[in-house]
Design a protein around this ligand. Structure first.
Ligand SMILES: Cc1cc2nc3c(=O)[nH]c(=O)nc-3n(C[C@H](O)[C@H](O)[C@H](O)COP(=O)(O)OP(=O)(O)OC[C@H]3O[C@@H](n4cnc5c(N)ncnc54)[C@H](O)[C@@H]3O)c2cc1C
Length: 562
């Protein structure tokens, strides 16, 4: 249906204006840590947009070199090696050395890492680590920390949580300066513009744009798309880490990961014929990096040796009931609730997108290319390189969340720029609102069409951007996603409320999928979790694929790593 007849009758967007000094997009561990660390002078205020909890409640623990034989140097070495030397080494140094601050930071909240009877820390050994290194707080590490941080922040008069606001676009003030956030209130179904002097992006990873992932529904492509639209360079988007062992059955557990530290305790993988297929890849079997495990499982399934639900068997029966009950209650209970005894029978798992290692390019203080925009947590890139060690993502949220908050506070207190006038800001906002809601001579975007576009996007992602990739699949994916995105720009919606919101969410997810496909096509060799079956060479060259928005579309560059 053509839109000309009804397009012009659509009313301009109305919105509520909220003025704050700082806005944080995201209420996961990174956003909360940034909020805690952001020092506000008297009279200043902070808004935290937290429409969900993201991946953070699932954090089982953090890597800290607390084992007597371990050291910061060894931790740095493991992290660089596991990342295939594609990380930004300065960021890795910060991550590993500042991990040692965590025990005392958390103790100020009365949170103590688990210790054994001998008084030493209880540490698990993640894949890719030389020593046991994951420190945790029972089985509720992420949840416990989030609760305490949130409670402390909620008690501060100058901090307001907005649990129904989803950020859709950054509002740009002067050239190259982030000056606020355009958000949608999903409860009241209306738009809100937050005017702020500084913005911190902490919206988590984008694994949820895939149809099958371990991520929650509140996270997705918004953060990457918002940064891209505002002109912020993005790096390493092609590095999507798959969780090798996400449940494919039973349905109620679909996407929930089985912890891979169990492979150091006697758990093994078997194909449908009962064969321990990982021994074909080397004598250490399942004790390899997550990316190698994912690739082997993916190939096993593709070769027709998978289970009824397109997975392989994760057999933890060799671990023993006593050990499972003592250290892995969460997983034992999860399956027991579905009538499955982990100590007695194998379960079906397959690789699923889990954490995204690429994202917003940051400096060590979490500043970005835009003035007044800082970023932290899974939405940033450059720390984990081409493969992440389990326990390093949670650590990243606390270390870099703290840095982002401090840097944003310094920015606020030292601001030498005259804030733009309200009238000038409103003009910029109006331009943005007109742009996102433009209805001139456009096709009507029906609900059916939106479903078709999302389904097609998901098919391209799981078909072409899965565990293994090749140019023959990536080229049509780039073309298809690019076409869908361009087509979406030429559609109009029936109303400027829920329909426009749904369109922008789809636009953000499609933008992120398109940029991911572009990056994956550009990196022509296999490295870490980015596996190209058509890879001609592995040069060992250290570079990043950087993408930014140019006047004619996405600009893709190969930038050498220092
Ligand atoms: C199942 C699972 C288990 C994991 N286990 C571990 C582990 O044991 N150890 C480890 O190190 N890492 C682990 N990870 C990875 C780790 O959890 C994440 O990398 C980390 O928690 C990310 O934190 P974050 O604060 O950056 O993002 P998140 O915790 O994902 O939070 C993102 C926040 O942004 C909000 N948000 C998103 N979009 C918008 C928007 N448009 N507007 C406003 N707000 C928005 C979300 O609602 C949420 O509040 C795990 C991940 C998963 C999925």
């Amino acid at each position: 249906m053509k839109a000309e007849n009804w397009g012009r009758s659509v009313v301009p967007i109305s919105y509520e204006l909220i003025r704050k000094d700082a806005v944080i997009i995201g209420g996961g561990l990174a956003g909360l840590t940034a909020a805690r660390s952001l020092e506000l002078s008297d009279g200043m205020s902070l808004a935290v947009l937290a429409p969900g909890t993201g991946a953070s409640p699932y954090v089982h623990g953090f890597n800290i070199p607390l084992h007597e034989a371990d050291s910061v140097a060894c931790f740095i070495n493991d992290t660089l090696k596991s990342g295939y030397y594609q990380s930004e080494s300065q960021l890795v140094d910060i991550l590993c050395s500042e991990s040692l601050n965590l025990p005392s930071l958390l103790e100020t909240f009365g949170i103590r890492f688990d210790r054994g009877e001998d008084g030493g820390y209880k540490l698990l050994r993640p894949l890719g680590a030389s020593w046991p290194r994951v420190a945790s707080v029972g089985n509720t590490t992420g949840v416990t920390i989030m609760k305490r941080f949130r409670a402390e922040l909620a008690a501060r008069e100058n901090v307001t949580f907005y649990n129904t606001l989803r950020a859709m676009r950054l509002i740009m003030g002067d050239e190259g300066v982030a000056n606020g956030v355009l958000a949608y209130d999903t409860k009241r179904q209306s738009w809100v513009c937050l005017k702020a002097k500084v913005v911190i992006l902490a919206s988590g990873g984008f694994g949820n744009i895939f149809p099958f992932s371990t991520n929650t529904d509140d996270i997705g492509g918004d953060g990457i798309a918002m940064a891209y639209e505002a002109g912020v360079p993005l790096v390493d988007l092609e590095f999507v880490q798959f969780e090798p062992s996400a449940a494919v059955y039973p349905q109620s557990l679909r996407g929930k990961g089985m912890i891979t530290t169990l492979f150091y305790e006697g758990a093994v993988l078997r194909n449908t014929g009962g064969e321990r297929f990982m021994l074909q890849y080397g004598p250490t079997g399942e004790q390899v990096d997550k990316d190698r495990l994912s690739q082997a499982i993916y190939r096993e399934i593709r070769a027709g040796r998978g289970t009824a639900h397109d997975g392989v068997f994760f057999d933890a029966t060799g671990v023993g009931r006593a050990r499972l009950d003592k250290s892995y209650q969460l997983y034992v209970k999860r399956y027991a609730d579905c009538g499955i005894d982990l100590a007695a029978e194998p379960v079906e798992i397959a690789p699923a997108p889990h954490t995204t290692l690429g994202g917003v390019a940051i400096a060590p203080d979490c500043s970005t290319k835009l003035s007044a925009l800082f970023a932290c947590g899974e939405v940033v890139g450059g720390i984990h390189g081409a493969n992440r060690i389990g326990g390093n993502a949670g650590l990243e949220t606390l270390v870099f969340g703290g840095r982002a908050g401090k840097a944003a506070g310094r920015y606020l207190s030292g601001m030498d720029r005259t804030p733009m006038s309200s009238q000038a800001w409103k003009t910029r906002l109006d331009e943005l609102l007109n742009f996102v809601s433009s209805q001139e001579k456009k096709e009507l975007l029906t609900a059916k069409r939106m479903v078709e576009l999302r389904t097609r996007m998901e098919q391209l992602l799981s078909g072409s951007l899965n565990v293994v990739r090749c140019a023959a699949d990536l080229q049509p994916a780039v073309a298809g996603l690019g076409e869908m995105l361009a087509g979406l720009d030429y559609t109009a919606v029936k109303d400027n409320g829920p329909e426009l919101y749904r369109k922008l969410r789809l636009h953000n997810d499609l933008t992120t999928a398109y940029l991911l496909a572009l990056a994956a096509l550009e990196r022509i060799e296999s490295v870490g979790c980015h596996v190209r079956t058509d890879s001609v060479s592995e040069s060992g060259e250290r570079y990043r694929i950087q993408i930014r928005k140019g006047t004619g579309g996405a600009v893709v560059e190969k930038v050498p790593l220092s």
